[in-house]
Design a protein around this ligand. Sequence first.
Ligand SMILES: NC(=O)c1ccc[n+]([C@@H]2O[C@H](COP(=O)([O-])OP(=O)(O)OC[C@H]3O[C@@H](n4cnc5c(N)ncnc54)[C@H](O)[C@@H]3O)[C@@H](O)[C@H]2O)c1
Length: 376
Amino acid sequence: MIGAGFAGAAHVEALHRIPRVRVTAIAASSSDRAAAAAGRLGVGRSTGDYRELIADPDIDVIHNCTPNDLHLEVNLAALQAGKHVLSEKPLGLDAGETGRLVAAAADASATTGVCFNYRHYPMVAEVRERLGQGPAPHLVQGTYLQDWLLAEDDWNWRLEPERAGAARALGDIGSHWIDLIQHVTGRRVTRVHGRTGRLHDTRRRPSERTLTFERGNGASEPVPVRTEDYATVLLELDGGCHAVLTVSQVSPGMRNRLSLHIDTADAGYVWNQERPNRLWIGRRDRPSEEVVRDPASLSPPAARLAHYPAGHQEGWPDALRNLVDDFYVRVRDPGHPSDVATFADAHQVTLTVEAILRSAQDGGWVDVPGEAEAAA
Ligand SMILES: NC(=O)c1ccc[n+]([C@@H]2O[C@H](COP(=O)([O-])OP(=O)(O)OC[C@H]3O[C@@H](n4cnc5c(N)ncnc54)[C@H](O)[C@@H]3O)[C@@H](O)[C@H]2O)c1
């Protein structure tokens, strides 16, 4: 495990829940931080230098849970050493980096994947299954709203473009929503029209280093903010389906409100990550219904992801567990079908985010290149 903050800890917990995988070591930005995380998470070995783990022939798989500016370096080093790689999102700082990683993954014989974990909820799989069997979607709406960066003195490395990339709310959480709608509809975003906004042009940065969701207690200094706190985006998908997305890290009361609303000629599907065990299906000619997560009645692809009987709630940690479980099935059997996002999927998301930023800067619609066009 390389990176031992919010994501790294969640990955270790998920791995503790699946069979035949042993988390052997944790790397963090210093040996003290790595040792503290290893103690907390029950892992036997720790290091302040991730290269030690990449050089270790007994380690088969690397989870890259570092800040975004280290994704390229760590993923490339791990692939070059012949390791399987599960990388956190976004795959790189920009499409130049994500494109390089797609090429590196194609050259490697290893299994690679990206942690777009919202794909792995049972009710999301249910929407995907039903969409696949019914009429095409014509309208998609949704949000990804949070409030953890609402205050002027909320701080995180994601506010520094050098560490997180030129897109912040869009790259950090908008990327999840874009991946999710492409995954459930099976359609690529082809063009976008976006606006970005900022609540705070200046924020107070704490003098000590903080992990995600951690607040500094000591002194702070004002620093200018260069990336967006929120964005509104019109999107068009293959086949002409319209979509509209609102992304924000400054929406009071919205802790992690990823939501989807997908209309077809036959049904409307509404799902909200904060109430993940319920899927509302709207109808015109008969009563609308709320389907609850129940492995006994869901479609097989969704039931596979639901481990407890109905009424026993499952959520974010369980979806991550599903993701790592799928990933390790693929590690053992590379031909096995998998819903884990590929490096190419993640590259396509980054191309879309960059097109939104260009539209916000220059105005008007911007085409999103497909992977092959982007490489040309
Ligand atoms: N899929 C999701 O839902 C999800 C959720 C949270 C974070 N993430 C992603 O996970 C990544 C990490 O985010 P986070 O919120 O956990 O950040 P964090 O600040 O909580 O943790 C970052 C970790 O990286 C370590 N690190 C920094 N430099 C390092 C180095 N040179 N070598 C080894 N370790 C180093 C730090 O010590 C820390 O343990 C980001 O890419 C983020 O986008 C994804």
